[in-house]
Ligand binder design. Structure first.
Ligand code: ZN
Length: 421
Protein backbone atom coordinates (compact mmCIF):
# COMPACT_ATOMS: atom_id res chain seq x y z
CA UNK A 1 0.00 0.00 0.00
CA UNK A 2 1.37 3.41 -0.90
CA UNK A 3 0.04 6.90 -0.30
CA UNK A 4 1.18 10.26 -1.65
CA UNK A 5 0.32 13.48 0.19
CA UNK A 6 0.39 16.29 -2.36
CA UNK A 7 1.03 20.00 -2.01
CA UNK A 8 1.39 20.36 1.77
CA UNK A 9 3.69 23.03 3.20
CA UNK A 10 6.74 21.40 4.74
CA UNK A 11 9.87 23.17 5.85
CA UNK A 12 8.73 26.43 4.23
CA UNK A 13 7.84 25.06 0.78
CA UNK A 14 5.34 22.83 -1.00
CA UNK A 15 6.30 19.19 -0.71
CA UNK A 16 5.18 15.64 -1.45
CA UNK A 17 5.21 12.95 1.22
CA UNK A 18 5.18 9.35 -0.03
CA UNK A 19 4.29 6.53 2.35
CA UNK A 20 5.15 2.89 1.72
CA UNK A 21 4.25 0.05 4.10
CA UNK A 22 3.26 2.52 6.78
CA UNK A 23 6.57 4.39 6.78
CA UNK A 24 7.82 7.62 5.27
CA UNK A 25 9.47 6.58 1.98
CA UNK A 26 10.14 10.01 0.44
CA UNK A 27 9.61 13.59 1.55
CA UNK A 28 10.51 16.82 -0.24
CA UNK A 29 9.74 19.19 -3.10
CA UNK A 30 10.98 16.90 -5.92
CA UNK A 31 9.27 13.62 -5.17
CA UNK A 32 7.52 12.01 -8.15
CA UNK A 33 4.36 9.95 -7.90
CA UNK A 34 4.11 6.29 -8.77
CA UNK A 35 1.25 4.66 -10.58
CA UNK A 36 0.10 2.65 -7.57
CA UNK A 37 0.00 5.65 -5.19
CA UNK A 38 -3.27 6.61 -3.58
CA UNK A 39 -3.27 10.40 -3.34
CA UNK A 40 -4.31 12.88 -0.68
CA UNK A 41 -4.76 16.50 -1.71
CA UNK A 42 -3.10 18.62 0.97
CA UNK A 43 -2.99 21.99 -0.76
CA UNK A 44 -3.60 24.79 1.74
CA UNK A 45 -2.38 22.64 4.60
CA UNK A 46 0.81 22.26 6.60
CA UNK A 47 2.37 18.92 7.38
CA UNK A 48 3.40 18.42 11.03
CA UNK A 49 4.25 15.36 13.16
CA UNK A 50 1.43 13.86 15.24
CA UNK A 51 1.24 14.50 18.98
CA UNK A 52 1.90 11.98 21.76
CA UNK A 53 -0.16 11.87 24.98
CA UNK A 54 2.25 10.28 27.43
CA UNK A 55 0.01 9.82 30.47
CA UNK A 56 -3.69 9.11 30.44
CA UNK A 57 -6.47 6.79 31.58
CA UNK A 58 -8.44 6.69 28.33
CA UNK A 59 -11.61 4.84 29.38
CA UNK A 60 -12.29 7.43 32.08
CA UNK A 61 -14.29 9.24 29.41
CA UNK A 62 -17.10 7.27 31.10
CA UNK A 63 -16.47 9.31 34.26
CA UNK A 64 -15.95 12.71 32.67
CA UNK A 65 -17.97 15.40 34.40
CA UNK A 66 -18.96 12.99 37.17
CA UNK A 67 -17.98 14.80 40.37
CA UNK A 68 -15.99 17.77 39.12
CA UNK A 69 -14.73 20.38 41.58
CA UNK A 70 -14.70 18.05 44.57
CA UNK A 71 -11.79 17.48 46.98
CA UNK A 72 -9.65 14.59 45.66
CA UNK A 73 -10.46 11.96 48.33
CA UNK A 74 -14.21 12.76 48.36
CA UNK A 75 -14.26 12.51 44.56
CA UNK A 76 -12.45 9.15 44.59
CA UNK A 77 -14.42 7.63 47.47
CA UNK A 78 -17.91 8.91 46.64
CA UNK A 79 -17.82 8.98 42.85
CA UNK A 80 -14.97 7.18 41.08
CA UNK A 81 -14.28 4.01 43.09
CA UNK A 82 -17.94 2.86 43.39
CA UNK A 83 -18.35 3.08 39.59
CA UNK A 84 -14.95 1.54 38.86
CA UNK A 85 -15.93 -1.47 41.00
CA UNK A 86 -18.67 -2.19 38.42
CA UNK A 87 -16.64 -1.68 35.20
CA UNK A 88 -16.49 -4.59 32.78
CA UNK A 89 -14.43 -5.10 29.63
CA UNK A 90 -17.14 -3.70 27.31
CA UNK A 91 -17.44 -0.52 29.39
CA UNK A 92 -13.69 0.03 29.13
CA UNK A 93 -13.63 -0.84 25.42
CA UNK A 94 -16.27 1.76 24.50
CA UNK A 95 -14.90 4.35 26.93
CA UNK A 96 -11.47 3.94 25.33
CA UNK A 97 -12.95 4.07 21.80
CA UNK A 98 -14.49 7.45 22.66
CA UNK A 99 -11.12 8.63 23.98
CA UNK A 100 -9.39 7.46 20.79
CA UNK A 101 -11.93 9.33 18.64
CA UNK A 102 -11.27 12.52 20.63
CA UNK A 103 -7.51 12.06 20.33
CA UNK A 104 -7.69 11.51 16.58
CA UNK A 105 -9.85 14.64 16.29
CA UNK A 106 -7.33 16.76 18.19
CA UNK A 107 -4.18 15.47 16.52
CA UNK A 108 -2.87 12.79 18.88
CA UNK A 109 -1.38 9.74 17.14
CA UNK A 110 -0.23 7.70 20.13
CA UNK A 111 -0.67 7.55 23.88
CA UNK A 112 0.44 5.82 27.05
CA UNK A 113 -2.37 4.39 29.17
CA UNK A 114 -2.94 2.94 32.63
CA UNK A 115 -6.41 1.62 33.51
CA UNK A 116 -8.55 -1.37 34.49
CA UNK A 117 -9.26 -4.02 31.83
CA UNK A 118 -6.12 -3.16 29.83
CA UNK A 119 -6.90 -5.86 27.25
CA UNK A 120 -10.10 -3.99 26.35
CA UNK A 121 -8.14 -0.74 25.96
CA UNK A 122 -5.66 -2.59 23.73
CA UNK A 123 -8.50 -3.78 21.48
CA UNK A 124 -9.94 -0.26 21.34
CA UNK A 125 -6.55 1.15 20.30
CA UNK A 126 -6.16 -1.44 17.58
CA UNK A 127 -9.72 -0.91 16.27
CA UNK A 128 -9.32 2.90 16.31
CA UNK A 129 -6.09 2.88 14.28
CA UNK A 130 -4.01 4.72 16.90
CA UNK A 131 -0.86 3.49 18.65
CA UNK A 132 -0.49 3.10 22.40
CA UNK A 133 1.70 1.73 25.13
CA UNK A 134 -0.84 0.14 27.49
CA UNK A 135 0.14 -0.90 30.98
CA UNK A 136 -1.16 -3.72 33.14
CA UNK A 137 -2.53 -1.69 36.11
CA UNK A 138 -1.01 -3.08 39.31
CA UNK A 139 -2.27 -2.23 42.78
CA UNK A 140 -2.44 -4.09 46.10
CA UNK A 141 -3.36 -1.30 48.47
CA UNK A 142 0.24 -0.85 49.60
CA UNK A 143 -0.02 -3.60 52.21
CA UNK A 144 2.31 -6.54 51.46
CA UNK A 145 -0.17 -9.02 53.00
CA UNK A 146 0.41 -12.68 52.25
CA UNK A 147 2.39 -14.52 49.60
CA UNK A 148 -0.97 -15.44 48.06
CA UNK A 149 -1.73 -11.75 47.51
CA UNK A 150 1.55 -11.25 45.66
CA UNK A 151 0.85 -14.36 43.57
CA UNK A 152 -2.53 -12.88 42.64
CA UNK A 153 -0.88 -9.65 41.46
CA UNK A 154 1.68 -11.61 39.43
CA UNK A 155 -1.03 -13.70 37.77
CA UNK A 156 -3.02 -10.58 36.90
CA UNK A 157 0.11 -8.96 35.45
CA UNK A 158 0.93 -12.00 33.30
CA UNK A 159 -2.66 -12.35 32.08
CA UNK A 160 -2.82 -8.65 31.18
CA UNK A 161 0.55 -8.75 29.40
CA UNK A 162 -0.67 -11.75 27.40
CA UNK A 163 -3.82 -9.89 26.32
CA UNK A 164 -1.84 -6.79 25.39
CA UNK A 165 0.84 -8.68 23.49
CA UNK A 166 -1.85 -10.26 21.32
CA UNK A 167 -3.84 -7.02 20.86
CA UNK A 168 -2.01 -6.04 17.66
CA UNK A 169 1.06 -4.38 16.19
CA UNK A 170 0.18 -0.88 17.31
CA UNK A 171 -0.14 -1.83 20.98
CA UNK A 172 2.94 -2.10 23.22
CA UNK A 173 2.54 -4.00 26.49
CA UNK A 174 4.09 -2.64 29.67
CA UNK A 175 3.65 -2.64 33.46
CA UNK A 176 1.80 0.11 35.29
CA UNK A 177 2.08 0.00 39.09
CA UNK A 178 -0.33 2.74 40.20
CA UNK A 179 1.93 4.55 42.73
CA UNK A 180 4.37 3.90 45.55
CA UNK A 181 1.61 4.38 48.14
CA UNK A 182 -0.83 1.91 46.57
CA UNK A 183 1.61 -0.88 45.67
CA UNK A 184 3.56 -2.73 48.37
CA UNK A 185 7.36 -2.99 48.40
CA UNK A 186 7.51 -6.75 47.57
CA UNK A 187 5.20 -6.13 44.59
CA UNK A 188 7.26 -3.13 43.38
CA UNK A 189 10.45 -5.23 43.58
CA UNK A 190 8.85 -8.03 41.58
CA UNK A 191 7.60 -5.52 38.96
CA UNK A 192 11.18 -4.22 38.57
CA UNK A 193 12.51 -7.74 38.03
CA UNK A 194 9.70 -8.73 35.67
CA UNK A 195 10.16 -5.57 33.59
CA UNK A 196 13.93 -6.16 33.35
CA UNK A 197 13.38 -9.74 32.23
CA UNK A 198 11.53 -8.69 29.04
CA UNK A 199 12.76 -5.09 28.65
CA UNK A 200 9.27 -3.74 29.45
CA UNK A 201 8.64 -0.10 30.25
CA UNK A 202 7.17 0.75 33.67
CA UNK A 203 4.64 3.57 33.95
CA UNK A 204 3.92 4.91 37.48
CA UNK A 205 2.47 8.03 39.14
CA UNK A 206 5.20 9.71 41.24
CA UNK A 207 5.29 12.78 43.46
CA UNK A 208 1.91 14.15 42.40
CA UNK A 209 1.03 15.57 45.83
CA UNK A 210 3.02 16.93 48.74
CA UNK A 211 1.35 14.40 51.07
CA UNK A 212 2.85 11.58 49.02
CA UNK A 213 6.35 12.96 49.64
CA UNK A 214 5.71 13.53 53.35
CA UNK A 215 4.29 10.01 53.84
CA UNK A 216 7.16 8.44 51.90
CA UNK A 217 9.81 10.22 53.98
CA UNK A 218 7.98 9.24 57.20
CA UNK A 219 7.59 5.58 56.22
CA UNK A 220 10.76 4.94 54.17
CA UNK A 221 13.17 7.63 55.32
CA UNK A 222 13.73 8.86 51.75
CA UNK A 223 11.88 10.89 49.13
CA UNK A 224 9.83 9.06 46.42
CA UNK A 225 12.45 8.91 43.61
CA UNK A 226 15.06 7.46 46.01
CA UNK A 227 12.55 4.90 47.24
CA UNK A 228 11.72 3.90 43.68
CA UNK A 229 15.43 3.51 42.98
CA UNK A 230 15.87 1.41 46.11
CA UNK A 231 13.19 -1.07 44.96
CA UNK A 232 14.84 -1.38 41.54
CA UNK A 233 12.27 0.60 39.56
CA UNK A 234 14.15 3.70 38.40
CA UNK A 235 15.88 3.24 35.06
CA UNK A 236 15.86 4.22 31.40
CA UNK A 237 12.59 2.33 30.83
CA UNK A 238 10.71 4.09 33.67
CA UNK A 239 8.03 6.68 32.95
CA UNK A 240 7.13 8.90 35.90
CA UNK A 241 3.82 10.73 35.67
CA UNK A 242 3.54 14.16 37.38
CA UNK A 243 6.80 14.68 39.35
CA UNK A 244 5.38 17.92 40.74
CA UNK A 245 7.22 17.72 44.06
CA UNK A 246 10.58 16.32 42.91
CA UNK A 247 13.51 17.87 44.77
CA UNK A 248 16.95 18.77 43.39
CA UNK A 249 18.65 15.55 44.51
CA UNK A 250 15.78 13.50 43.05
CA UNK A 251 16.17 15.30 39.71
CA UNK A 252 19.92 14.51 39.75
CA UNK A 253 19.11 10.85 40.35
CA UNK A 254 16.41 10.70 37.64
CA UNK A 255 18.81 12.29 35.14
CA UNK A 256 21.50 9.76 36.07
CA UNK A 257 19.10 6.81 35.69
CA UNK A 258 17.73 8.10 32.35
CA UNK A 259 14.04 7.90 33.30
CA UNK A 260 11.32 9.99 31.61
CA UNK A 261 9.07 12.45 33.46
CA UNK A 262 5.62 13.24 32.07
CA UNK A 263 4.22 16.59 33.10
CA UNK A 264 0.41 17.04 33.27
CA UNK A 265 -0.15 20.75 33.81
CA UNK A 266 -3.95 20.86 33.35
CA UNK A 267 -4.75 17.98 35.72
CA UNK A 268 -2.31 19.35 38.30
CA UNK A 269 -4.06 22.70 38.25
CA UNK A 270 -7.60 21.27 38.16
CA UNK A 271 -6.85 19.04 41.18
CA UNK A 272 -5.06 21.97 42.84
CA UNK A 273 -1.92 20.03 43.79
CA UNK A 274 -0.40 23.33 44.87
CA UNK A 275 2.97 22.97 43.17
CA UNK A 276 4.45 23.23 39.70
CA UNK A 277 6.64 20.59 38.03
CA UNK A 278 10.29 21.84 38.25
CA UNK A 279 10.58 22.11 34.47
CA UNK A 280 13.61 24.38 34.21
CA UNK A 281 15.63 22.32 36.72
CA UNK A 282 14.68 19.13 34.86
CA UNK A 283 15.67 20.62 31.47
CA UNK A 284 19.00 21.83 32.84
CA UNK A 285 19.79 18.25 33.85
CA UNK A 286 18.80 16.87 30.45
CA UNK A 287 15.95 14.75 31.87
CA UNK A 288 13.72 13.19 29.20
CA UNK A 289 10.40 15.05 29.25
CA UNK A 290 6.98 14.21 27.86
CA UNK A 291 3.50 15.72 28.06
CA UNK A 292 0.24 14.11 29.14
CA UNK A 293 -3.35 15.09 29.73
CA UNK A 294 -3.98 12.56 32.54
CA UNK A 295 -7.46 11.04 32.50
CA UNK A 296 -10.64 12.85 31.44
CA UNK A 297 -11.85 12.56 35.05
CA UNK A 298 -9.23 15.14 36.06
CA UNK A 299 -8.58 17.23 32.94
CA UNK A 300 -11.30 16.80 31.29
CA UNK A 301 -9.95 17.03 27.73
CA UNK A 302 -7.54 15.09 25.53
CA UNK A 303 -6.58 18.17 23.52
CA UNK A 304 -2.77 18.36 23.60
CA UNK A 305 -2.84 21.78 21.94
CA UNK A 306 -4.48 23.19 25.08
CA UNK A 307 -2.10 21.15 27.22
CA UNK A 308 0.90 22.71 25.43
CA UNK A 309 -0.37 26.19 26.18
CA UNK A 310 -0.91 25.37 29.85
CA UNK A 311 2.59 23.88 30.09
CA UNK A 312 4.24 26.94 28.58
CA UNK A 313 2.18 29.39 30.64
CA UNK A 314 2.44 27.76 34.06
CA UNK A 315 6.21 27.37 33.66
CA UNK A 316 6.74 30.98 32.57
CA UNK A 317 4.52 32.18 35.40
CA UNK A 318 6.26 30.06 38.06
CA UNK A 319 9.72 31.11 36.85
CA UNK A 320 8.68 34.77 36.43
CA UNK A 321 10.43 34.52 33.08
CA UNK A 322 8.59 34.52 29.70
CA UNK A 323 11.64 32.92 28.05
CA UNK A 324 11.09 29.63 29.92
CA UNK A 325 9.34 26.82 27.96
CA UNK A 326 9.40 28.53 24.54
CA UNK A 327 6.90 27.35 21.93
CA UNK A 328 9.37 25.33 19.84
CA UNK A 329 10.57 23.41 22.91
CA UNK A 330 7.02 22.69 24.10
CA UNK A 331 6.01 21.55 20.60
CA UNK A 332 8.95 19.14 20.50
CA UNK A 333 7.99 17.66 23.87
CA UNK A 334 4.35 17.23 22.77
CA UNK A 335 5.44 15.32 19.66
CA UNK A 336 7.29 12.81 21.84
CA UNK A 337 10.72 13.92 20.66
CA UNK A 338 11.85 14.54 24.27
CA UNK A 339 11.56 10.92 25.37
CA UNK A 340 12.99 7.68 23.99
CA UNK A 341 9.94 5.95 25.51
CA UNK A 342 7.22 7.74 23.54
CA UNK A 343 5.08 5.05 21.88
CA UNK A 344 6.36 6.61 18.62
CA UNK A 345 8.60 9.62 18.18
CA UNK A 346 7.64 12.86 16.50
CA UNK A 347 10.21 12.64 13.74
CA UNK A 348 8.93 12.86 10.19
CA UNK A 349 11.96 11.38 8.46
CA UNK A 350 12.62 8.73 5.85
CA UNK A 351 12.08 5.29 7.37
CA UNK A 352 10.09 6.57 10.36
CA UNK A 353 6.42 5.58 10.88
CA UNK A 354 4.08 7.70 8.75
CA UNK A 355 2.25 9.32 11.69
CA UNK A 356 1.38 12.90 10.85
CA UNK A 357 -1.20 15.66 10.78
CA UNK A 358 -2.38 18.07 8.13
CA UNK A 359 -3.15 21.40 9.72
CA UNK A 360 -5.48 23.89 8.00
CA UNK A 361 -3.21 26.78 7.08
CA UNK A 362 -6.29 28.84 6.18
CA UNK A 363 -7.55 28.77 9.77
CA UNK A 364 -7.95 32.41 10.90
CA UNK A 365 -5.67 31.77 13.88
CA UNK A 366 -2.80 30.81 11.55
CA UNK A 367 -3.01 33.81 9.22
CA UNK A 368 0.10 35.58 10.49
CA UNK A 369 3.01 34.89 12.78
CA UNK A 370 5.21 31.93 13.54
CA UNK A 371 3.44 28.62 12.81
CA UNK A 372 4.78 26.73 15.84
CA UNK A 373 3.97 29.58 18.24
CA UNK A 374 0.47 29.78 16.76
CA UNK A 375 -0.05 26.04 17.21
CA UNK A 376 1.03 26.25 20.86
CA UNK A 377 -0.60 29.53 21.89
CA UNK A 378 -3.43 30.41 19.50
CA UNK A 379 -5.31 27.26 18.52
CA UNK A 380 -7.01 24.10 19.70
CA UNK A 381 -6.73 20.71 18.01
CA UNK A 382 -10.36 20.57 16.87
CA UNK A 383 -9.99 24.00 15.20
CA UNK A 384 -6.94 23.33 13.08
CA UNK A 385 -6.34 19.61 12.57
CA UNK A 386 -7.94 18.57 9.28
CA UNK A 387 -6.34 15.15 8.77
CA UNK A 388 -4.80 12.59 11.13
CA UNK A 389 -2.73 9.76 9.69
CA UNK A 390 -1.16 6.83 11.60
CA UNK A 391 1.05 4.29 9.87
CA UNK A 392 -0.11 5.65 6.52
CA UNK A 393 -3.79 5.08 7.37
CA UNK A 394 -6.06 8.12 7.25
CA UNK A 395 -8.01 8.14 10.55
CA UNK A 396 -9.59 11.56 10.07
CA UNK A 397 -10.18 13.65 6.95
CA UNK A 398 -11.80 17.11 6.84
CA UNK A 399 -12.26 16.95 10.61
CA UNK A 400 -14.48 13.85 10.44
CA UNK A 401 -13.57 10.74 12.45
CA UNK A 402 -15.29 7.60 11.18
CA UNK A 403 -17.71 5.71 13.45
CA UNK A 404 -18.22 8.42 16.07
CA UNK A 405 -22.02 8.14 16.09
CA UNK A 406 -21.90 4.46 17.00
CA UNK A 407 -19.21 5.06 19.62
CA UNK A 408 -21.29 7.79 21.27
CA UNK A 409 -24.42 5.61 21.30
CA UNK A 410 -22.57 2.68 22.86
CA UNK A 411 -20.94 4.92 25.49
CA UNK A 412 -24.37 6.28 26.49
CA UNK A 413 -25.61 2.69 26.81
CA UNK A 414 -22.66 1.75 29.03
CA UNK A 415 -23.15 4.88 31.19
CA UNK A 416 -26.82 3.93 31.74
CA UNK A 417 -25.74 0.43 32.76
CA UNK A 418 -23.28 1.92 35.26
CA UNK A 419 -25.93 4.32 36.64
CA UNK A 420 -23.98 7.48 35.88
CA UNK A 421 -26.41 9.32 33.63
ZN1 ZN B 1 -2.95 9.65 36.17
Amino acid sequence: MSLAVLGARWDGRDAVLRVEDGRVAELGPDVSLREEDETLDARGMTLVPGLVNSHTHAAMTLLRGYGDDMPLMDWLEQKIWPVEAKLDADDVYWGARLACAEMIRTGTVSFRDMYWQPGATGRAVEDSGLRAAVGAPLIDGGDPGSDAKLEELKEFAERSLGQLESAGDRVTAELAPHAIYTVSEPALRWIGERAAQDGLAVHIHLSETEDEVRDCVAARGVRPAFYLDRVGLLGPRTVLAHGVWLGEAELDLIAERGATVVTNPVANQKLAVGGVFPYRAARERGIHLALGTDGPGSNNSFDLFTEMKFLALIQKHAARDPAVAPAAEVWEIATGAGSPLAPESGRLEIGEPADFLLVRTDAPELTLGDMTANLVYATSGAEVVDTTVVGGHVLMRSGVVGGVDEIRARVLERARRLGIT
